[in-house]
Design a protein around this ligand. Structure first.
Ligand SMILES: Nc1ncnc2c1ncn2[C@@H]1O[C@H](COP(=O)(O)OP(=O)(O)OP(=O)(O)O)[C@@H](O)[C@H]1O
Ligand SMILES: [Mg+2]
Length: 298
């Protein structure tokens, strides 16, 4: 198997930019590799000379803090309580990028008072010029919080595996986002698949999406099942020189995907959009019914 090191670039690529590139990493089904890819994206962008913030928007236990082996004593909860400034809860990953711990405070996004809304907007505004790239690692599924974060981001990366339920759950997420949240462009990575299998899975997703939805799906790459991934996560050292070459190819494709200027006004847009949805009290319809031909791919 071909292995490669994710080499740092000699020339930083950072361009003067008015707003950070905000990428949400999402999936329908859990455990498909969102947090792993979020961490790799953060690390890869850092090596390209970008100033990177990884936002942990997963309320579960197996999150970025755990994979990095860092402790985050405070979260957005403290900010909403007026006890901390956002810039003070950001922690150093130890790998050149910053981490914003979501924690239980994210539940409060659905019930923010106007004063809290303004507070968060001001806080996010204050830090947005510190970053070129913001990566949001979301929870699995179609919860309101996931929909807020994804729909308000500039771009969305969907991670799925060849597992048939991963395919149908990814389709359900794409369907809800396109029909209810005005999101029509999705980058896709197929995890735990070789190239042939990844093409097969993507074609299956594409054929159903093309028939039933008005969306644009783009395959950014794949990553085969590899023991170095599991071992790196187990040992809380998530960055390895042993990862397959296809990982670096996929990460490059995501980070160099052309920016969507209609959605790229950065974190301020991100939060305003999230908060507007929250304040409007929008209820997500899971919309999980599947087309009849959405079977397994094997
Ligand atoms: N390419 C791979 N090869 C081998 N194991 C992998 C690969 N990708 C992911 N894994 C395994 O899958 C596990 C789940 O990955 P990860 O935590 O990134 O998924 P997730 O989508 O963030 O899960 P959750 O929905 O619970 O947040 C990892 O601990 C790792 O062991
Ligand atoms: Mg995760």
């Amino acid at each position: 198997m071909t292995k490669s090191r994710l080499q740092p670039e000699t020339q930083p690529e950072t361009q003067p930019q008015t707003s950070p590139q905000v990428i949400a990493v999402a999936s329908g089904k859990g455990g498909v590799g969102k947090t792993f890819f979020s961490l790799q994206l953060a690390s890869h962008a850092t090596k390209l000379g970008k100033r990177v913030l990884l936002m942990d928007a997963d309320l579960g236990l197996a999150n970025a803090d755990v994979m990095l082996g860092i402790s985050a004593p405070e979260s957005i909860h403290q900010v909403l309580q007026g006890q901390s400034r956002l810039k003070d809860i950001i922690v150093d990953s130890g790998h050149g990028f910053d981490v914003l711990p979501g924690g239980s405070g994210l539940h409060e996004l659905t019930a923010l008072a106007t004063a809290q809304q303004q507070l968060l907007l001001d806080e996010m505004s204050a830090i947005s010029s510190d970053y070129d790239v913001v990566i949001i690692d979301t929870a699995a599924g179609i919860s309101d919080n996931v929909l807020y974060f994804v729909s308000a981001s500039e771009s969305t990366l969907i991670v799925l595996t060849p597992d048939p339920t991963s395919l149908t759950d990814a389709y359900a997420l794409i369907k809800v986002l396109s029909q209810q949240r005005d999101t029509d462009h999705f980058m896709v990575i197929i995890n735990q698949a070789d190239e042939r299998e990844a093409q097969l899975v993507f074609r299956r997703l594409l054929s159903v999406a093309d028939r039933y939805l008005n969306v644009h799906l783009e395959l950014m790459g794949h990553l085969q099942r590899d023991p170095s991934v599991r071992n790196s996560i187990r040992s809380q050292s998530p960055f390895s020189e042993q990862f397959p070459t296809s990982l670096a190819t996929a990460l490059d494709a995501v980070l160099h995907n052309p920016r969507d200027t209609s959605r790229s006004s950065g974190l301020r847009f991100f939060w305003q959009h999230s908060l507007r949805n929250a304040l409007n009290g929008e209820q997500a319809d899971p919309a999980t019914e599947m087309p009849h031909n959405m079977g397994g791919i094997r």
